[in-house]
Design a protein around this ligand. Structure first.
Ligand SMILES: NCCCCC[C@@H](C[SeH])C(=O)O
Ligand SMILES: [Zn+2]
Ligand SMILES: [Zn+2]
Length: 307
C-alpha cells in the first residue's frame, strides 16, 4: 500500500484488513494484540511495534478512534505505524526512538461507533451500547474512565453526547483499555489519546482544576511541541491543562492513565480549528498527521532524556 493509502479515510473493514496485513508483513516487528471487544463484539486490536529486540524497553501507548466522528484520529494511527516501519534506520529521531521505545497503537478504540459514522450518522461520537429505560444509545468513552467520574463536564443523561455511562468502565471498550494499561503500567511510560478537532496539545488535568504534580515538565513538553509545529509547519496549536484550555471533562482516559502512574499522559486534538471540523477533507490528512508526528517525536525524545 503506497503512501496514497495513508492519505485517504478508510472503512472499518479496510482498517481490519490493514491491521492483519501489517502484522503479517512484519512478523518480527509487529504483533496484533487482541485487547478486548466492543459492545457489538468487534475485536479491539492493538499493534505492538517492537523494532529493536533489546530487552525491557519502555513503551508508549497511542489510542485512536475513541470518538467515532473524529476520522482523522484513526488516520493518524495508521500513518504513524507506516511511518515507524518505513523510516526506522532512515530518520535519525525515529530510529533513536524505536531503538529505545516500543509502541502499542490501537487504531480504532470505538469500532461500533466508527462503523456507524460510515453507515448511518457521520456525526456520531459515542459507542453504540443500548441504555436501560431509554431508546437513546451510547456512552461517551472519554467520560467513562474512573477519574472524577461523572462530575461537572459529563452528563448522567444517556441521551447526551457526554453521557458518562452507568458506572466507571461500564463499557467493554474503556474496560479493555483500562485493563491493558493496568497490566502493563510498569513498562508503559507515555500515554497518548488522539482526537479532533481544534489543534490542541492537552495535559492533565481535565477532570478537575487541580494541577498535575509534574505540571511544569508536561507543560514544557507540549509548549516545545507546539513551537516546533509552528516553526516547521507554520500552524498554531494551543497547549496546557485541559480544564484550563478546553473545558472540564471528567472520566477521561488521559487523566485516569495519569493517576494510574503513567506520568507522561497527553490528549491531542488534531486539525483543524473549525473550518471543516470533524469533516476534515482527505487532502488535509498529510498535514494533520505530519504535525501530530512532530509533536509525538518532540515529546518522546524529551521523555527519553529524563534520568
Ligand atoms: N480527557 C479530556 C481531554 C480534554 C477533552 C478532550 C475532548 C476530545 Se473530543 C473531549 O473528550 O471532549
Ligand atoms: Zn474526541
Ligand atoms: Zn475533540
Amino acid at each position: 500500500s503506497g503512501s496514497t493509502f495513508y492519505y485517504r479515510y478508510h472503512t472499518l473493514e479496510d482498517i481490519y484488513d490493514w491491521i492483519n496485513r501489517t502484522a503479517n508483513d512484519y512478523p518480527d516487528k509487529v504483533k496484533a494484540i487482541l485487547v478486548g471487544s466492543s459492545y457489538e463484539k468487534r475485536p479491539l486490536y492493538a499493534l505492538k511495534l517492537s523494532l529493536n529486540n533489546r530487552p525491557n524497553k519502555k513503551a508508549m501507548w497511542i489510542d485512536c478512534g475513541i470518538h467515532a466522528r473524529e476520522w482523522i484520529s484513526p488516520a493518524f494511527c495508521l500513518f504513524f505505524v507506516h511511518y515507524s516501519l518505513s523510516f526506522y534506520n532512515v530518520n535519525t529521531e525515529m530510529t533513536q526512538i524505536l531503538d529505545n521505545m516500543d509502541f502499542y497503537v490501537l487504531p480504532v478504540m470505538n469500532p461500533d461507533g466508527y462503523k456507524y459514522t460510515w453507515t448511518n450518522r457521520r456525526m456520531w461520537r459515542k459507542n453504540r451500547s443500548p441504555q436501560k429505560g431509554t431508546s437513546c444509545i451510547g456512552v461517551d468513552l472519554n467520560r467513562n474512565f474512573d477519574a472524577n467520574w461523572c462530575t461537572t463536564g459529563a452528563s448522567s443523561n444517556p441521551c447526551d453526547e457526554t453521557y458518562c455511562g452507568s458506572f466507571p468502565e461500564s463499557e467493554p471498550e474503556s474496560q479493555a483499555v483500562a485493563n491493558f494499561l493496568r497490566s502493563h503500567k510498569e513498562s508503559i511510560q507515555i500515554y497518548l489519546s488522539i482526537h479532533s478537532y481544534s489543534q490542541m496539545l492537552i495535559i492533565p488535568y481535565s477532570c478537575s482544576m487541580d494541577e498535575a504534580e509534574n505540571h511544569s515538565e508536561l507543560y514544557e513538553m507540549v509548549k516545545t511541541a507546539a513551537d516546533e509545529i509552528r516553526r516547521y509547519y507554520r500552524n498554531t496549536y494551543t497547549y496546557g491543562a485541559g480544564a484550563h484550555i478546553i473545558y472540564l471533562a471528567p472520566g477521561g482516559s488521559d487523566d485516569w492513565a495519569y493517576n494510574l502512574g503513567i506520568k507522561y499522559s497527553f490528549t491531542f486534538e488534531l486539525q483543524d480549528r473549525g473550518r471543516y471540523g470533524f469533516l476534515l477533507p482527505p487532502s488535509h490528512i498529510q498535514g494533520a498527521c505530519n504535525e501530530a508526528l512532530l509533536a509525538v517525536k518532540t515529546i518522546v525524545l524529551k521523555v527519553m532524556e529524563k534520568p
